[in-house]
Every structure is written in C-alpha cells, then in structure tokens.
Design a protein around this ligand. Structure first.
Ligand SMILES: [Zn+2]
Length: 702
C-alpha cells in the first residue's frame, strides 16, 4: 500500500541504485554527503565519502565568496546578505551529519576522515570571517538607505555579520591581522594545555578505601562504580577519583574526616603545581584575551563576548549577579548558621569550626540522606516517559509526533519521529538514539542536522537528533530512568523543539541560533513539567502497582532539589563574578597573583573559609579550556535558570497543560529563533523582563 501520509520520509536506497541515470556515476563517487536533503540517507553514508565531499563543498563555497566580493554592483540585501546566508549551507549540512555520525559511532575511519576535514573547514570559516573585501562590502551596505529600513530579522542578520567580521578582524590591516593570528595561535595552544592539565591532574589522584566500614551509608551505584574502578586497576577495595560523581560520593558519605580532607585538598589544588601547573597559563590567557579584545576595538574581553547578548555588557551581567546574591544571601546565612549549629552539636566540637570538607557530609546528615529524596526509577519507563512528553508537547504546542518506521538510521535501535502541525503539515523530524554503545559519546545532547524554514519553494522541514546514554531495557524489564534522566530528556527535547518549530526565513538566525545567554531557555523550561503533578500523571506510574507518584514522594524530591541550595547557588554566583572580574578589571600589577586574587573573590561566596592553598581557579575548564570557552559567560547558567523558572509562571497561572500560553510560547519564542532580540521575545511572551522571584521560590531561597 502506498504510504500517502509520510512519503517524504522514504529514502529508498534500492530506488536510487536501480535508477539508470547518466548522473549515477557522479552521485556514487561523491556519495550522499554532497547534497544532504530531507530525509538523510544514513544507510548510505560511508567514511570514504567524507573527504572528497567536504573538499568539493569547500571549493564551491569559496567560489561563491569570490563571486560575491567580485561584484561591481552596489551591495544590497539580495546580492550580498542573502548569498551570505546560503553560501555554506551544503557544507554546513554535510558537516553537521558527519560530526553527528562521529559522535554516535566513532570508528577509526570516521575519526580519521573528520580529523582530515575539520582543519580545512575551520580555515574556510576563518578566511570568510576575516575577508577584508567582504567586510568593506558589508559595511558599505550597512551605510545604505536600504540597510536602515530592513525589517527586524534582516536588520539583525546584518548586525550579526558586522559583529562577526569585526570580531574576526576582517577590518584590520595586514599587521593587525598577523598580530591577531599570533594571539589566536598562542591562545589555542595554551588553552588546550590548560584542559589537558586538568584532565591529567584529575586522573593523577586516587583515594583507595579498603574497609567497607569507611564507606558509611554510601548508596549502591557509587559503591559499585568505586569497586569497578578498583578492579580495573587491580587493587583491593574501592577506588575514588576527582571525577565529579566519585568525588561527590566521598564528600557526602565517607564518615572519616581525614579521608574527606585528603580528597578535598587534592580537589581544590588540582592543576596548581608540579607537572600540571595551570597557574602561569591563566595569567597569560587573560593577557592574550585582553590584547585580542583591544585589537578588535573592545574595552575588554568580557564586553567583546557579551555584545549582542541579552545581558549586553559586563556591567549588566555583574549587576544581575549582585542582585541575585543579595536576594539569596539571607537563606545562605541561615543555612550556614544551621549547619554550624548541627555540626557543633553532633561533634561536640563547638570550638572547631566547620571545615570545607565537612559541609556536604554534615548537610546531608542534617537533611537525611540526600539520595533518598528522589522519585525512584520504577516510576519512569522510557516508553511511557516519551509518550507523556509527546502528549505534553501536543497539548501545549499543538504538534503531533509520530514514529516513522521506514526511515534510514545509523543504528537499528535508533527511532525516527516526524513532527506535524495541527493541520497535518510536516514541520520536521528527529531521531532518538537513547542507549549507550561502545564508540558513542557520553552524556546527552541535541544535534541540529538540517535547518529548514520558509523558502520560495515552500516550507522546508527541519531535522534534529536527540542522543542520550540511558539504561538499556533488560530481560523482562523496560528501560527505567532516574528522575534526573527524565529531566534530561525533557531538556534536550526542548532544544529539538526550538530547532524544529522555527519559522525564521534567514537560515543562520533560525532555531537555536540565538544569543548564548538565551539558548537554554527553551530547554530548561521543559524541565518544569517533570515536577508537576498534572504532567507526571501522564507518564509516571509505578511499574508494579501502576499507581502514580504519591504526594509524599514528590514533596520529598522537591526537598532534595533544595539541598544546600543557598550554598550551591552562591558558589556559582561567585564563579560568575570571578569570571567577569578576571575578564574586565583584574590586573596582576594592582591585584597580585591570580590564584590569590581568585580565592579572595570567591571566599565571601563560600560557606566556610577557604584554605590558603585553595587554587580552584586552576581547574576552571569552563573558563579556560578553549580560546574563548565559556569565558565571561559563566553567569549565563544562572540567567537561564532564572528565566526558565520565571517564564513558567505563565503556565502555572493559566494551566500547566494549557494550550493558550503553550501556543504563545511557540509563536513568540520558539518560532522566532534569533530573528528578534531575545529580550523582546521574552517580553512578548511574558509581558515584562525576567524576574528572579520564581527561581528563588522553587529553590527555597526566598
Ligand atoms: Zn541545553
């Protein structure tokens, strides 16, 4: 029977192979990467296609740049900006697919091919973004009457290109360009070493516990991991490292303070001496970033990074953090007092102050085992969770997800879904690759594979992939998820929706191509539905009893979420402040050694005083693990949390599953991508600017 409903999903390779066409030899030799269209023929893409296809596509894109800059006609939107939006589209699509395939199945052949093409693609982009002729043409257009009258999206597109060209030094003379290239080379090398040092220093430490009594009441998963780690090294007992989950288990549950102290000291002095010393690197990285910003016409690195963001300057970002700090300080101080009191009572050592390695241990005793405050996995079967998620999305946004069994994938377990609008029209689709495999990257993420949108030939569907490493189903048991896994799925699906519901005409402003301090709103807001009774009713049922989550469990889980929230958020605010100060006002001459300076800045944000040798800044890969990394942008974590809680207040007021705010969120935020200023999108949806109250309330901080 003909599948009339979903013809677009069919990618029948037999049909292509059997077709006797003069172009066949050409298609086969270049492979399916040369013209990636919806749907993607994943079953036909081979590693040997990568290098020839990407080289061909780079060549074509370079010729388009030459044609664009060689024009003699005065620049206008159609002859200059429009081609800029499209000139690397086939290359971008092919690279998105190749990178995705490498992350879900990293074979030696894929890695080698990707390693061969990646530098060439970066060179192409660097040349494009620093092209002086292009810069002149764009600036000439910006000064025209037409440019002044552009609509919002087009105006923003022009501004985005002006900013990109400025930041990449397209306007610099030869000497300036040379200096910029030298800075970037050095920054690249130093930041790679920074990340490597953190990695090596993290691996260099181990804490082996040989007596089960020393583990206290550590939960089984952590104990099992520590046992496996010891076995892998051929040592007896349980082995802990400075990897976050392992380190956290020690801090939370090991009763022996001397052991916790040992791990703590190693943690806060990671990469701060010996062979992996990052301290000299930090000063140099900061200096190079400062020089780069100055060379490109900005006051400092932070203002260069923040221009174009929602919080558009370091002053605004610092003011946001200072306000948040002030609001949560009372709860932070309360937590500190209660913890000191509890610790003193329990240890009868009122004379001994609470030490930094005591904080998590005593706080978790005080709260009554932290892990107990969670909804057990028996409530979350993967199939039910995804069905519930799709139902929530249907009610909120009026879209329908359907499994497409005919589509080609990269792995037999991977599922494929279409996303259709209320009238049945195809908006896009996504692949769901849920389970771990050897050669698959860890963690969870969303890949935007194809960016569609309105076009002269009609609406082109979007395509995305959602990937995770969930527990596989096993004999008679469905895949059962932790509550945390459920939130992760909702979060990544929020990114999928942002990508797939976009209606932006300009490709490079579509979907998730928004300011970096706005991109986590559509994903984080989805996590709210994992905490609401009405939503949980749709997908959370106990596997054995089929009963919904009892109120007591939900209430307990909310309490677990608030564990030490004052201290945790305060420390993140502290790092955000430090990040901005280092990238704006810090100077070695007046502020002294960067490690001491950082400790002085962070101390007021900590529940206890910090050790004199504390060098936490030396392991902040978020800030220094790449030429730009998240430098001057750490605040955006908190900013996104504040917005996600705040924007959800509309759903809380009008109905958790109500279509009214849902449709508006789709129309006013998701559909508009980067086509409008993020602050305007937010105000259009909520009627005002972000307010931290809802976030503080959720975290028990007000
Ligand atoms: Zn995210």
């Amino acid at each position: 029977m003909l599948d009339i409903a979903h013809p677009v999903w069919r990618s029948d390779s037999r049909l292509t192979d059997a077709r006797c066409s003069p172009d066949r030899a050409k298609i086969e030799s270049h492979g399916p990467l040369l013209n990636v269209e919806f749907p993607i023929p994943f079953d036909r893409i081979r590693p040997e296609h990568i290098v020839p296809a990407i080289e061909t596509l780079i060549g074509k894109a370079r010729r388009r740049v030459e044609d664009l800059t060689a024009q003699t006609a005065a620049p206008d939107f159609e002859n200059t900006l429009r081609p800029l939006d499209r000139l690397s589209e086939p290359l971008d699509r092919a690279m998105a697919v190749v990178k995705h395939l490498e992350s879900v199945g990293s074979t030696a052949e894929f890695r080698a091919a990707l390693a061969a093409v990646e530098p060439r693609v970066s060179d192409f982009r660097a040349d494009l973004h620093s092209n002086r002729d292009l810069w002149k043409r764009v600036e000439q257009f910006a000064a025209s009457d037409e440019a002044r009258q552009l609509d919002n999206a087009r105006g923003r597109f022009l501004a985005r290109w002006q900013s990109t060209l400025k930041r990449c030094g397209a306007g610099l003379d030869a000497a300036g360009k040379e200096r910029l290239a030298a800075i970037q080379r050095e920054l690249g090398a130093l930041t790679t070493r920074f990340a490597q040092n953190v990695h090596d220093a993290t691996n260099a430490f181990e804490l082996v516990i040989t007596s089960g009594d020393e583990l206290g009441c550590m939960r089984f998963p952590a104990v099992r991991r520590a046992r496996a780690s010891a076995e892998a090294r051929g040592v007896r007992g349980w082995r802990f490292t400075l990897e976050p989950s392992s380190y956290q288990a020690v801090m939370l549950d090991v009763p022996n303070a001397a052991l916790r102290e040992q791990a703590y000291r190693a943690y806060v002095t990671r990469a701060a001496d010996g062979a992996f010393d990052n301290r000299p690197l930090i000063s140099r990285i900061l200096e190079l970033r400062r020089q780069m910003a100055r060379l490109l016409g900005y006051d400092n690195f932070a203002d260069m990074i923040l221009s174009g963001r929602m919080l558009g300057s370091s002053t605004q970002a610092l003011a946001f953090l200072a306000d948040l700090r002030q609001r949560l300080e009372p709860q932070f101080l309360r937590e500190r007092e209660e913890l000191r009191e509890y610790h003193g009572r329990l240890t009868e050592r009122y004379a001994t102050p609470l030490q930094p390695w005591d904080v998590y241990f005593y706080a978790s005793r005080q709260a009554g085992s932290v892990e107990a405050h969670t909804i057990p996995a028996s409530y979350f079967a993967l199939e039910k969770v995804t069905a519930g998620l799709f139902e929530i999305a249907r009610r909120l946004y009026g879209i329908r997800m359907e499994e497409e069994t005919g589509a080609a994938t990269w792995n037999a377990e991977t599922k494929c879904y279409s996303i259709r609008d209320e009238d049945g029209s195809l908006l896009g689709g996504f692949y769901a690759d849920w389970f771990p495999r050897e050669n698959k990257r860890g963690g969870a993420w969303m890949d935007g594979l194809l960016t569609g949108g309105p076009s002269p030939s009609g609406f082109r569907p979007h395509l995305a992939a959602i990937c995770a490493n969930l527990t596989r189903p096993s004999k008679g048991w469905p895949a059962l998820l932790t509550h945390h896994d459920v939130q992760t799925i909702f979060h990544e699906f929020g990114h999928v929706l942002h990508h797939c519901l976009s209606r932006v005409e300009i490709r490079t402003l579509s979907g998730t191509n928004v300011a970096q301090d706005f991109v986590e709103l559509p994903s984080q807001i989805m996590e709210n539905w994992c905490w609401e009774r009405e939503a949980l009713e749709l997908f959370a049922r106990d596997r054995q009893t089929a009963l919904p989550v009892p109120d007591s469990l939900l209430w307990d889980a909310a309490r677990g979420r608030r564990f030490l929230s004052g201290a945790r958020h305060m420390m993140q605010i502290g790092i955000g402040v430090l990040d901005l100060l280092l990238h704006t006002s810090y100077s070695p001459e007046s502020d002294g050694d960067v490690t001491d300076y950082s400790r002085r800045v962070l101390e007021p944000y900590s529940l206890t005083s910090l050790l004199p040798e504390d060098a936490a800044v030396a392991s902040l890969t978020h800030l220094f693990g790449g030429p730009v990394a998240l430098g001057a942008g750490y605040y955006s974590y908190k900013w996104a949390e504040v917005m996600a809680a705040d924007a959800f207040t509309r759903f809380r007021a009008e109905g958790i599953l109500s279509g009214e705010p849902g449709r508006e969120f789709r129309e006013k935020v998701l559909a508009r991508g980067g086509g409008e200023d993020a602050s305007v999108l937010y105000r259009d949806f909520l009627g005002r600017d972000p307010d931290p109250e809802a976030f503080l309330e959720r975290e028990g901080l007000n």
